[in-house]
Write a protein that binds this ligand. Structure first.
Ligand code: NAD
Length: 240
């Protein structure tokens, strides 16, 4: 796109203290963007990062305030990435009401809050990119993951519906759908699950956070200027 704003480009990444979010934040910064990280936690070994804030994505007013601070310098947020997510797995007959609600609150409500908080900083400029993070398990379902899969299926509906609404303002909304990626979220899982994902992958291995971050930052870039409403699988072919 030729109408990119002059000066540094600004991005916000939720869930940026760890895993895919941290890799995405690092990629934006390496490309010269002013990229803000938001998370419940602080990043390992760097609690003095001036562009990092502690925020709970389930708290919409707090998230909106944090987006406002991130947009202060340039008046705009060109890219917003909602990576914050949790899992609380359990078979149907053991899944507590609290675990159901908490996963929906972080993964789905948190994604909705990010879109809502992005809009005032993108719509007036007639452009912007938003990337949400679903999962192949939101597409196919998974044993023991009703709450997680339902939240991630919801993220797909949210992505496509929001893309339909805000395309007219020059805002693109897409999602990435990772397969099994080696992050602090998946490391505690039993080795059989890693082995199964490794076998399912056409590349014979699980994915790295930076491989998902590369797809996310591409979707935010001008190279993806005609891509919206899409769910891009980054799974090594685990789910075909
Ligand atoms: P991760 O646990 O390494 O990172 C998730 C981050 O979200 C953490 O830093 C955590 O503190 C933060 N977070 C959790 N609740 C929050 C809240 N209420 N407010 C703000 N921040 C909060 O996990 P990851 O694997 O990097 O996951 C990133 C995203 O990718 C998640 O949405 C996850 O569901 C999705 N995903 C991961 C995989 C995988 O295999 N790792 C696969 C598909 C999708």
């Amino acid at each position: 796109m030729s109408d990119a704003a002059p000066g540094p480009r600004t991005a916000v990444v939720t869930g940026a203290a760890s895993g895919i979010g941290a890799a995405t934040l690092a990629r934006f910064r390496a490309a010269g963007w002013t990229a803000w990280g938001l998370d419940l936690a602080t990043p390992d070994g760097d609690d003095a990062d001036p562009c990092f804030a502690t925020v709970d994505v389930t708290d919409r007013p707090a998230l909106e305030a944090a987006f406002g601070r991130a947009a202060e310098a340039t008046g705009r947020l060109e890219a917003v990435v909602a990576c914050a997510g949790i899992n609380r797995d359990g078979v149907l007959w053991k899944l507590s009401e609290e675990d159901w609600r908490q996963v929906l609150a972080v993964n789905l409500d948190g994604s909705f809050h990010a879109i809502a908080a992005a809009l005032p900083h993108q719509r007036p400029h007639g452009r912007g990119a938003i990337v949400l993070v679903t999962s192949i398990n939101g597409e196919r379902g998974e044993f023991g993951q009703k709450n997680y899969a339902a939240s991630k299926a919801g993220v797909i509906g949210l992505t496509k519906s929001a893309a339909r609404e805000v395309g007219r303002f020059g805002i693109r909304v897409n999602a990435v759908s990772p397969g099994y990626i080696d992050t602090p979220m998946t490391r505690p899982l039993p080795t059989e699950i890693v082995d199964e994902a490794t076998r399912a992958s056409l590349l014979g291995r699980i994915g790295e956070p930076d491989e998902v971050a590369a797809a996310i930052t591409w979707l935010c870039s001008d190279d993806a200027s005609y891509v919206t409403g899409q769910v891009l699988r980054v799974d090594g072919g685990q789910h075909l």
